[in-house]
Design a protein around this ligand. Structure first.
Ligand code: ACO
Length: 437
C-alpha cells in the first residue's frame, strides 16, 4: 500500500517537503526539516493547551467525542458499568484484558492486602487542621507515602511497579476515608477485608459504634458504578500530568499526588463540587432561566457543562442519571435534581449552548448522586481521585513501557527581549513591569 504523505511547499524558500502521515498524524519533529536557512532551528508547531497535539500512542481508552462514545480497552462503558465490579474494570484497564475468575480473585486479594496505612501516615494526617480541604489532605498524604516506600523509586522493575500499583489502589480509599473522619473529629476506622472495595470504603467512612458495618447494597453498587465511570479518560489534564511527572522517572506516589493536584482544579475534577455550589446558588427551578442568562452575558460558566473532547452528551452523565434513579429509591429524591434537570433542559434548548456544543459532562450529575449517598461536597473530588488512580497508573505504566517516550519537555515560542546591556542598580529607572517578561 502506498504510504500516506503530506506535501508542503515552504513559500519562504520554495522548497517542497513530503511529511509521512501515520495513523492520522504527522510527527511534529518532521517539521524541523523545514528551515528558512541553514541557521534556522526548523519549524515547530505551536499548540497552547494541546488542542490538536497527540502526546503519546495509547491502547487504554477510546473516546469519540462527537458520537459520545467511551470505551476501556475496546469495551463500551455502558456494558462495563452494567456487568462488572470496579476492581474487575481496574484489572482490565491495567492489564488490557478482562480477568478470569482466578485472576480477579488474586487481584482483589492483592489490593485488599494493601489497604492499611502505616501508623505514622495516620499521625501525619492528624496534623492537618480540622477544616483542611479533603483534597489538599489527600494530595499531601499520597505524596507522603513516597517516604514510606522508597523501593517505589525503582520504576523500571515490573515487579516493583506492580507492587506500588497494588499499594496505591489499596490505600487511596483509606486515605480518602481518613480525610473525612479527620474533618469530623471521628476516630479512624481500619479497613475490613470481609468487604468489597466500595463496601470497605463506606465502612471506613461511616462505621460508628455498631460491631459490624453493613453497607446498603444498592448504594454500594451505585458507588461501584460511579467508580467504573471515573476510572480513566485518556489524555485529560491530570493524566497528562501523571505522564509528564512520571517521564522524569519520579516514583508513582509523587506522580499520583501531582495528577490529583491537577484534578482538584474547578475546570477539571473540582467541577463536581462547584456544581453543587451552583445549584445552591440557583436555589429553585424558577431561578434557572435568569441564571442561564447571566452565564450567557459572560458572568461565569455553567459548571458541569462543556468538555474539550465531548461535543455530544457525555455517556458517563447518562449512566449517572440512570444510577441516580436507583439511589433515590433507597435514599429519597435529592431536591437539587429538579433544578439540575431544569438547567439541562433550558441549556440544551438554548442557542448559546447548542452553537458551542455544550452538554452536561460527568460532573454535572455526579455531585447530586454523591450527596444523596451521604457525601459532603468537599469530598466529591476525592471520590473522583480514588477510581482515577487506576487510570493514572495505567497511563504511567504505558508511558514507561513505550520506547518512544522520553522526559516530557515541550518547546516554547520565545517572545521576550533580545540580548540587553546589564543596568547597575543605581542607574535603573522604574519601568512598568510586564507580567509576561
Ligand atoms: N458554560 C458556559 N460557556 C462555556 C462553558 C460552560 N460550562 N464551557 C465552555 N463555554 C464556552 C466558552 O466560553 C467558549 O465560548 P466562546 O467561543 O464564546 O469564547 C466556548 O464555550 C468554548 O469553550 P472553551 O473554554 O474554549 O473550551 P475548552 O475545551 O477549553 O474547555 C472545559 C473545556 C474546561 C471543560 C469548559 O467547558 C469548562 O470550563 N466547563 C465548566 C467546568 C467543568 O464542568 N469542568 C469539568 C470538565 S469534565 C472533567 O474534567 C472531569
Amino acid at each position: 500500500m502506498e504510504k500516506e504523505v503530506l506535501s508542503i511547499l515552504d513559500k519562504r524558500t520554495n522548497f517542497p517537503y513530503d511529511i509521512p502521515i501515520e495513523k492520522g498524524a504527522i510527527r511534529a519533529s518532521d517539521l524541523r526539516r523545514i528551515k528558512s536557512g541553514p541557521d534556522d532551528f526548523g519549524l515547530m508547531s505551536y499548540d497552547p493547551a494541546f488542542l490538536n497535539t497527540a502526546s503519546c500512542q495509547s491502547a487504554i481508552t477510546f473516546i469519540d467525542g462527537d458520537k459520545g462514545i467511551l470505551r476501556y480497552r475496546g469495551y463500551p462503558i455502558e456494558q462495563l458499568a452494567e456487568k462488572c465490579t470496579f476492581l474487575e474494570v481496574a484489572y482490565l484497564i491495567l492489564n488490557g484484558e478482562l480477568p478470569t475468575e482466578l485472576q480477579l480473585k488474586n487481584f482483589v486479594a492483592a489490593i485488599t492486602r494493601h489497604t492499611m496505612l502505616h501508623e505514622t501516615t495516620k499521625s501525619f494526617l492528624e496534623g492537618f487542621r480540622h477544616d483542611a480541604h479533603p483534597m489538599g489532605m489527600f494530595i499531601s498524604t499520597v505524596a507522603a507515602l513516597s517516604t514510606v516506600y522508597p523501593d517505589a523509586k525503582n520504576v523500571h522493575d515490573p515487579e516493583v511497579r506492580k507492587l506500588q500499583i497494588h499499594r496505591l489502589i489499596g490505600k487511596v480509599p483509606t486515605i480518602a476515608a481518613y480525610t473525612y473522619r479527620h474533618s469530623l473529629g471521628y476516630p479512624y476506622i481500619y479497613p475490613d477485608d470481609d468487604f468489597s472495595y466500595t463496601e470497605n470504603f463506606m465502612n471506613m467512612l461511616w462505621k460508628m459504634v455498631e460491631p459490624k458495618y453493613r453497607a446498603n447494597p444498592v448504594l454500594a453498587r451505585a458507588l461501584d458504578i460511579l467508580f467504573i465511570l471515573h476510572a480513566d479518560h485518556e489524555q485529560n489534564c491530570s493524566a497528562n500530568v501523571m505522564r509528564a511527572v512520571g517521564s522524569s522517572q519520579a516514583d508513582p506516589f509523587v506522580c499520583i499526588a501531582a495528577a490529583a493536584a491537577a484534578l482538584s482544579g474547578p475546570l477539571h475534577g473540582g467541577a463536581n463540587e462547584e456544581v453543587l455550589k451552583m445549584l445552591d446558588e440557583i436555589g429553585s427551578k424558577e431561578n434557572v432561566r435568569g441564571y442561564v442568562d447571566k452565564i450567557k452575558a459572560g458572568h461565569g460558566k455553567l459548571m458541569g457543562f462543556g468538555h474539550r473532547i465531548y461535543k455530544n452528551y457525555d455517556p458517563r452523565a447518562r449512566i449517572i442519571k440512570w444510577a441516580a434513579d436507583q439511589v433515590f429509591v433507597a435514599t429519597g429524591r435529592n431536591p437539587k435534581l429538579d433544578i439540575a434537570l431544569e438547567l439541562e433542559k433550558i441549556a440544551l434548548e438554548d442557542e448559546y449552548f447548542i452553537k458551542r456544543k455544550l452538554y452536561p459532562n460527568v460532573d454535572f450529575y455526579s455531585g447530586i448522586i454523591y450527596q444523596a449517598l451521604g457525601f459532603k461536597p468537599e469530598l466529591f473530588t476525592v471520590l473522583f481521585a480514588i477510581p482515577r488512580t487506576v487510570g493514572w497508573l495505567a497511563q504511567w505504566q504505558e508511558m514507561l513501557q513505550d520506547p518512544e517516550q522520553k522526559i516530557a519537555r515541550p518547546r516554547q515560542v520565545y517572545t521576550g527581549y533580545d540580548v540587553r546591556e546589564f543596568v547597575p542598580i543605581e542607574q535603573r529607572a522604574v519601568r512598568a513591569a510586564s507580567a509576561s517578561r
